[in-house]
Write a protein of this length. Sequence first.
Length: 133
Amino acid sequence: FPYFGTVLLTYAASFGYPLLLAGLVLLLTLLLKRGGIALIVGVIMLFGLGILSSIIIVLAWGSGSALFLKAYALFNPSFVLQLYYGTFGLLYVDGILWAPSFPEVLLYIGGCYAIVASVFAVGYVYFERRLEV
C-alpha cells in the first residue's frame, strides 16, 4: 500500500466537517429537546456550507487576503488538503496561490478535530449536569 497514508489523511480531512455538523446537531437536540428542529437546522447547515464556500472565495478575491480561506479551512479541512494537492489551480490571492505546506495541512485537520472534540465535550457536560441522568 504505497499511498495508504494519503488515503488516511484524506479520510481524516473529509470527516472533519460531518463530525462537526453531527456534534452541533446533537448539542442542538440536547438544548431544544426536539430532534426534528435540530435535524432541519443540520440539513440547512450541510447545504449552507456549499453556499458559504463560494461566498468566502469571493471575499478572499475581493479583499486580497487569504484570512477568509484560512478560517474556512479550519472548519472544512478537506479544502486545505485540496489546496495542498493543487486541485484549486485558479485560486489566487494577491497574485499568489495560497498553497499551504504539509505541516499546515496537519494543523488545520488537528484544529478541526479539536473543535469537534470541544463540541462533543460541551454536549457531554450538558447531558451529565442538566439532564441529571
